[in-house]
Design a binder for this molecule. Structure first.
Ligand SMILES: CC(C)(COP(=O)(O)OP(=O)(O)OC[C@H]1O[C@@H](n2cnc3c(N)ncnc32)[C@H](O)[C@@H]1OP(=O)(O)O)[C@@H](O)C(=O)NCCC(=O)NCCS
Length: 175
């Protein structure tokens, strides 16, 4: 009888900080993320998606520049030598302030994604753990998320992310 070796999936998933050499794989992963979220969301019906090849070419250049620019950081989950999840953080400067205990950096957490077959095994948790350690070490005062998906809210809430009345938004109208 053939011997079947079973390894638990989380041990086979490596979390690491991305470099600009990962921009192509991160673009592919980002395309999978947005295609999936858009297909599940209220905008799905009739919303045109950019062609995959054109998106990947454009996004790869942009993400490589972001990762070399010193303000954007990404962590990726590697499984079987491919990118199976990612999360991004942009450091946003606040203006200098004289309050000694008030930080001067915000962190914008965005594009949090784990492929469906790996979900529910703490891969997402490990990605956010890495991001939060980096944010704390960088002196980030607050991490902000814009547009959390409904299903991800329980994960964020468990980690201490709260809705706040301080955050206002407006879509500027075109003239
Ligand atoms: C959110 C996401 C990255 C979490 O990755 P994960 O590896 O499954 O996370 P973990 O195993 O560490 O934690 C599981 C938690 O993820 C959340 N979750 C589970 N399925 C989800 C789904 N389809 N979509 C969003 N969040 C989900 C739940 O909060 C779950 O906690 P619960 O089991 O107590 O309900 C992953 O589910 C995903 O990619 N979802 C689709 C994209 C998305 O919604 N991203 C968030 C953008 S703000």
């Amino acid at each position: 009888m053939r011997k079947c070796i079973v390894a638990s999936i989380p041990e086979l998933v490596t979390i690491r900080r991305a470099t600009s050499a990962d921009a192509d794989a991160l673009s592919e992963s980002r395309f999978r993320f947005r295609s999936e979220v858009n297909a599940a969301g209220p905008l799905s019906e009739g919303t045109p998606l950019e062609a995959r090849a054109s998106f990947i070419a454009r996004a790869t250049r942009m993400l490589a520049d972001h990762l070399d620019g010193g303000r954007w950081f990404a962590w990726l989950a590697e499984h079987e030598e491919r990118v199976a999840g990612h999360v991004w953080l942009q450091l946003i400067d606040k203006l200098p302030n004289p309050m000694l205990d008030e930080g001067e950096l915000l962190g914008y957490l965005t594009s949090f994604y784990v492929e469906p077959q790996l979900r529910g095994r703490r891969v997402g948790t490990r990605l956010i753990d890495a991001l939060e350690v980096f944010a704390a070490d960088s002196g980030v005062e607050k991490i902000v998320i814009v547009g959390a998906t409904p299903l991800s809210r329980s994960l964020y809430a468990r980690r201490g992310y709260v809705s706040t009345p301080d955050l206002l938004e407006k879509r500027p109208s075109r003239r």
